[in-house]
Ligand binder design. Structure first.
Ligand code: NAI
Length: 329
């Protein structure tokens, strides 16, 4: 099957080509993001493989359908960038990578927490500059603190289990509770979680219903001086409200791997350009903020599974087999 691979980086090319040896698809690699301007590039490709900042909205899907595309598959777990209803209406199947190393993201979230709490990036910058002063680097013990996990799916549960190993009290909020979480954590309401947690970590998908789940109102009701970690999706946080909360000290620290406006920034080197996004520029200027460019998934194990499943999805579609990773409208 001829497959257009959008947002293809060097590692996508290398690993997909390797994994494709046993599938035999014709892969057309495109560095561009999929959007209204680039959708035509997929003309004649029955399948299109995309990534998190590609945009498969109604108009883009209509262009893809007109060009002969019958499958859109995302090389990610999250699928908020695909309009599943529009795809179904156009008779385009949509699939994703429902399962890949959840440890990659959970471990990264823990890393961000420790880095922002103990100010490790600042310390490294200082020692590189010959400055071995400790002033301004004080953090707090995680042991004995309360950690709130919003979304106790695959990643949230591993994160919660790790934090329980640190000696934290682990609280969870999820509309669909999981018995396993209760072996080390306790479910509470969203309000209780915010009020009681020293650290809140987001692990739920982004939907229309939970956009800006963290906003001025919820931040005001959170424990003063707490730390917020977001490795899930940028749209879950009203970033401007977070900036205000950081300025007032209501939010004591923020570490994000995802950002609402990341599509125009992440996965590219902009170091020699002027970045017009004032919100991200303000954020990276705070001493108690860490921003990483959507890399939580980026481990050897996770990427290997993502590429293998992406090709399995395409092969299953080509053979008319059931799509186990189908995104339902
Ligand atoms: P999952 O589907 O196993 O778990 C998600 C959980 O969130 C479910 O238990 C669900 O009931 C819960 N949930 C849904 N809406 C909620 C809400 N409003 N409040 C609280 N909980 C809610 O998903 P998984 O694999 O744990 O992934 C979680 C998210 O992590 C993904 O949706 C994706 O956005 C993000 N992610 C980020 C990556 C990165 O590299 N930064 C990589 C992989 C995933």
């Amino acid at each position: 099957m001829k497959v257009a691979v959008f947002s293809a980086r060097r590692y996508d090319r290398m690993l997909l080509n390797e994994a494709n040896a046993s599938h035999g698809h014709e892969l057309v690699f495109l560095e561009d993001q999929l959007n209204a301007r680039t959708a035509d590039l997929a003309q004649g490709c029955e399948a299109v493989a995309i990534f998190v900042n590609d945009k498969a909205d109604k108009d883009v899907l209509a262009t893809l359908a007109a060009g002969g595309t019958r499958l859109v598959t995302t090389r990610s777990t999250g699928f908020n960038h695909i309009d599943a209803e529009a795809a179904a209406a156009l008779d385009i199947a949509a699939t994703r990578v429902a399962d890949y190393s959840p440890y990659s993201v959970a471990e990264f979230a823990v890393g961000l927490l420790i880095a922002v709490n103990r100010k490790i990036p600042r310390a490294v910058t200082r020692t590189r500059d010959g400055n071995f002063e400790l002033d301004g680097l004080m953090g707090f013990d995680l042991h004995g603190r309360t950690v709130g996990v919003v979304g106790t799916g695959k990643i949230g549960r591993i994160f919660g289990r790790i934090m329980s190993g640190f000696g934290c009290t682990v609280l969870g909020y999820d509309p669909y509770p999981q018995a396993e979480f209760e072996t080390y954590g306790r479910y509470v309401t969203a309000d209780e979680l915010l009020a009681a947690s020293d650290i809140v970590s987001l692990h739920c998908p982004l939907t229309e219903a939970n956009r800006h789940l963290v906003n001025a109102d919820t931040l005001a009701r959170s424990k003063r001086g707490g730390i917020l970690i977001n490795t899930s999706r940028g749209g879950l946080v009203d970033t401007e409200a977070a900036v205000e909360a950081l300025k007032s000290g209501q939010l004591g620290g923020l570490a994000i791997d995802v950002y609402e406006q990341e599509a125009s920034l992440f996965f590219q080197d902009l170091s020699t350009t002027i970045i017009a996004d004032d919100v991200i520029q303000r954020l990276v200027s705070f001493p108690n903020v860490i921003v990483t460019g959507h890399q939580a998934f980026f481990t050897r194990e996770a990427i290997g599974q993502i590429m293998a499943t992406t090709l399995d999805n395409i092969t299953a579609f080509a053979r008319g087999e059931p799509l186990v990773n189908r995104i339902e409208a």
